[in-house]
Ligand binder design. Structure first.
Ligand SMILES: [Zn+2]
Length: 248
């Protein structure tokens, strides 16, 4: 029996077809988590790499890997249509398996999911409740405040006014009022606690094509900045260090 098999049997866990775990095929979150935790515990690095790769298909560690349209990839990755796991579960998995590079996205997802869950925990379908540790809760609360403030500033920047290329054109007066209206609506939504600094703008803005291009450009640039600073928001090392740690 191989070292891996001994390890799994000694933990009283039966993972069938372990040798057929191919990260490009659908594998459930539960099985992937178990493989990650056990391969971490018993230092089976190749298996851990596979599990990490599989999780990163759904949970991004780079701006380009992010899924800004929130296309549901759960079926493709985990073979389920019931949506992704609650992000508190992801935070706890990342912590228990030293997968720090997943934490920025996991914390961000907790914040987006539900403030109530972040504070008091989430009741799962099976009746169990998952909680953040006090340490993680503190990081999420501070991150929430920081991202809300960033989002507020970004909205004001994105809808600051017409594009310099529009100024003086026949559209300009309409663009000023269209963009001002969009700013007002964006701030109204922000006031309700909506927090999506990494999500692209979806609102209709009544402005000329040059202004719309300018708005889309600003939106993209500011989202990239939010992504770059995401670890810092949660008091984690920068992306470069988080990604290096995993390769060591
Ligand atoms: Zn314009």
């Amino acid at each position: 029996m191989s070292r891996i098999c001994y390890a799994f049997v000694s933990d009283n866990l039966i993972i069938s077809n372990i040798s057929f775990f191919f990260p490009d095929r659908p594998t459930s979150f539960a099985a992937t988590s178990a493989i990650l935790q056990l391969s971490t515990k018993y230092m089976v690095s190749r298996l851990r790499e596979k599990a990490v790769y599989h999780l990163c298909r759904l949970y991004p560690t780079s701006f380009d890997d992010m899924n800004p349209d929130h296309k549901d990839l759960s079926l493709e990755v985990f073979g389920t249509t019931s949506g992704p796991e609650h992000p508190i579960i992801l935070v706890n998995l990342a912590q228990s398996s030293n997968l720090t590079k997943l934490l920025p996205w996991a914390y961000y997802s907790v914040i987006r999911w539900s403030f109530r869950d972040m504070v008091i925990g989430h009741k799962c379908h099976d009746g169990t409740t998952v909680h953040l540790s006090d340490h993680d809760k503190q990081k999420c609360l501070l991150g929430f405040e920081s991202l809300m403030s960033t989002q507020h500033a970004n909205i004001k920047n994105i809808f600051a006014g017409p594009s310099p290329r529009c100024q003086g054109s026949v559209n300009n007066i309409d663009c000023v009022s269209g963009i001002s209206d969009a700013l007002k609506r964006a701030l109204d939504e922000h006031g309700t606690g909506l927090i999506a600094p990494l999500g692209p703008l979806r609102r209709k803005v009544n402005a000329c094509e040059k202004c719309l291009q300018n708005i889309r450009h600003l939106d993209l640039e500011l989202r990239k900045k939010v992504w770059d600073k995401l670890p810092e928001v949660f008091d984690l090392p920068p992306w470069s260090q988080l990604l290096e740690e995993e390769e060591e």
